[in-house]
Design a protein around this ligand. Structure first.
Ligand code: GAR
Length: 206
């Protein structure tokens, strides 16, 4: 099966949904930049190995990224899922993952890259909001979008109601995309598919 690693900074509800979807994948590692992240508990309860590292323990941002993504590479995932990972990753580190990492972002990209997407949607007076799954590139929230979920925005909505309603949609969106990748229906830049052929691990050379 497709070997999947995930990185998450928060409670891990998207990770939980991904696990609960019972896709034909093997979760090889869940990593976090926050040792107290709920996502690590979700992983432990599912029997998935975990790793947590804190940026403050490293000389600089790049050293931290190299260490965390190095640990991920050692687990030899075919696909890396950023499931609520809240740090900007250095471009030099991201480069090695192009075509084999996806991110879920709470906006209808290309709208509202970065933080505070619900607030920005409300401030703009948008009548719809959504979440996007995209392949990760060096450009923050800028890689090719592969799937989106939409919700209507009403006059009484707040950041909190939007976040809550959107999360429900995210929980089917992310498993749908991972399922499509696992079955070989979706790829970008030669992500090694589980199609009966051996999966490639170009990171082994790094
Ligand atoms: C999700 O809403 C996800 O889209 C968002 O963080 C939340 C994580 O929730 N991701 C980003 O904002 C990425 N920049 P979860 O920990 O319950 O899955």
């Amino acid at each position: 099966p497709l070997r999947v690693a995930a990185l998450a900074s928060g409670r891990g509800s998207n990770l939980a949904a991904l696990i609960a979807a019972r896709l034909p994948v093997e979760f090889v590692l869940v990593g976090s930049d926050k040792p107290s992240a709920g996502a690590l508990d979700v992983a432990r309860q599912a029997g998935i190995p975990t790793v947590a590292m804190q940026a403050k323990d490293f000389a600089d941002r790049v050293a931290f990224d190299r260490a965390l993504f190095g640990a991920v590479a050692e687990a030899r995932p075919d696909l890396l899922v950023l499931a609520g990972y809240m740090r900007i990753i250095d471009a030099s580190v991201v480069a090695a993952w192009e075509g084999r990492a996806i991110n879920i972002h709470p906006s209808l990209l290309p709208k509202y890259r970065g933080m505070h997407t619900h607030r920005r949607c409300l401030e703009a007076g948008d009548t719809e909001h959504g979440a996007s799954v995209h392949f990760v590139t060096a450009e923050l929230d800028g890689g090719p979008v592969v799937a989106q979920a939409r919700i209507a925005v009403g006059p009484t909505d707040t950041e909190e109601t939007l976040a809550t309603r959107l999360l429900v949609e995210e929980h089917t969106l992310l498993p749908a995309v991972v399922g499509a990748i696992a079955s070989g229906r979706l790829q970008w830049r030669g992500l090694a598919m589980f199609d009966g052929k051996p999966l490639e691990h170009p990171l082994d050379a790094a």
